[in-house]
Design a protein around this ligand. Sequence first.
Ligand SMILES: Cc1cc2nc3c(=O)[nH]c(=O)nc-3n(C[C@H](O)[C@H](O)[C@H](O)COP(=O)(O)OP(=O)(O)OC[C@H]3O[C@@H](n4cnc5c(N)ncnc54)[C@H](O)[C@@H]3O)c2cc1C
Ligand SMILES: NC(=O)c1ccc[n+]([C@@H]2O[C@H](COP(=O)([O-])OP(=O)(O)OC[C@H]3O[C@@H](n4cnc5c(N)ncnc54)[C@H](O)[C@@H]3O)[C@@H](O)[C@H]2O)c1
Length: 453
Amino acid sequence: MVQQFDVIVVGMGPGGEVVAGELLAAGKRVAVVERELIGGECGYWACIPSKTLLRPPESQRGVDRAAGVDGARLDWSSTREYRDYMIRHLDDSNQVAGYEKSGATVIKGTARITGPGAVEVDGQQLRAADIVIATGSSAVVPPIEGLDRVPVWTNREATTLTEIPARVVMIGGSAVGVELGLFLARYGAQVTMLERSARLLSREDPRPGELTEQYLREDGVDVRTNATARRVRRDGADTVVELEGGGEVRCDVIVVGTGRSPRTDGLGLDRAGVRLGERGGVSVDEHCRAGDGVWAVGDVTGVMPFTHVAMYQGRVVVDNILGTPRTARYEGIPRVVFADPEIAAVGLTAEQAQNQGLPNAAAEVDLAQVLARPWTYETDPRGHLGVLADRERRVLLGAWAVGPQASEWIHTAALAVREQIPIDRLLDQIAQFPTYNEGYLKALQNLDLESRS
Ligand SMILES: Cc1cc2nc3c(=O)[nH]c(=O)nc-3n(C[C@H](O)[C@H](O)[C@H](O)COP(=O)(O)OP(=O)(O)OC[C@H]3O[C@@H](n4cnc5c(N)ncnc54)[C@H](O)[C@@H]3O)c2cc1C
Ligand SMILES: NC(=O)c1ccc[n+]([C@@H]2O[C@H](COP(=O)([O-])OP(=O)(O)OC[C@H]3O[C@@H](n4cnc5c(N)ncnc54)[C@H](O)[C@@H]3O)[C@@H](O)[C@H]2O)c1
């Protein structure tokens, strides 16, 4: 029997959930297909558990750093219990019931496109005018000799762990490596972080990476840049990671944070005329259209692997399906690593601006030197802010911040970059005293927009 719908959503991570939720609210007949858990990677093995696990040690350190508070204690077993509650004990039955109550047909299984407007799930035939692909991404495990013969964790095992390993080698020093490496170190693991680039967070400006390395070292993480694992072997109970150029590190478990790969295998994309882009993601146009009657959102597009981008693309697709043409714009999207202090960035790096031939000027401020807030917040204040401006157009091109709650105050720069707010207008803005947000005035005042960069 063929079941007919208006829209079939394949994959129910944050991208698919936004699409399904908004289309159901608009009265569409929606089938949602999910082969694991409704909520996706983000809800069970990525954003939610990682932020939940990072928070207790952050607040403990916050107590230590605040004047006049006498210590706080970490309790791994209650942290673990709260993590389990936050990841719904890996049970999505309430989500399934919720979508069914909203009128969706929920199908648990692996979807495969069999032709235009046609999807098959374990022998069930579904038809719809529109198919939305929201299948996300999987962790990349690098091709290192011997890695398949030792204990290796991806984000899945690391975020659902029950006991903290004694010694960890973290391969990768970007978002996943920094967040999970910090969490493990703060719960007592001896963490060695191997990053093959010359610095951490190598896609960002150099300063956030330098500051991140400094703070991770203060937390006891053995950060090694320009370090690549060559081979891995077992030696008794130890896993031994041999490094390019000599040297080795012993550990109990290897955790990989070496990137993500879009989940497109076995989807039957060619049956619907869908093509893959350079980075292996589903190629989409500016409306998130992947083909005739086919749309794609989230990590599977390879555009920017963030939950907020998946949800934004979801909103764009919903409007297009409902008949209001909408174009996705990717300027001014925040990129945050939830370390301690937090690392946030938006827009272009200085190198990207240079490569695009944009006449630019940059300025950095040490917020502890120019603001009151870092001192009212903690006794050993931290906080740096960098801004990058287009000298000719006199608008902000990008910004980065490393400091407490930077994930929140980066949004001032995000809005300025996205809306191209003139710097003279930004200089006239009045920020609440005493906040980290006041740093923008200081940084913008330090910009030299006249001389050549
Ligand atoms: C450790 C870690 C921490 C992160 N923290 C953050 C953060 O703090 N903030 C942030 O913005 N981003 C974060 N991310 C990134 C974020 O997890 C992803 O960008 C987000 O999950 C993408 O959502 P999505 O809907 O595209 O896909 P996913 O969340 O991957 O969901 C896709 C769903 O599709 C299902 N599926 C796949 N193939 C099929 C098929 N053939 N049939 C049926 N179902 C299928 C999968 O089972 C899955 O449930 C983090 C990532 C990691 C690894
Ligand atoms: N807070 C957040 O929003 C958040 C948190 C975690 C992850 N994410 C998303 O997940 C995506 C994946 O993150 P990620 O950190 O896994 O990948 P990434 O692509 O950002 O970084 C991978 C890092 O691993 C290094 N690397 C790769 N192979 C290596 C090897 N063999 N030896 C040593 N180093 C090696 C690379 O040089 C790079 O620095 C990110 O792009 C990010 O968008 C977001």
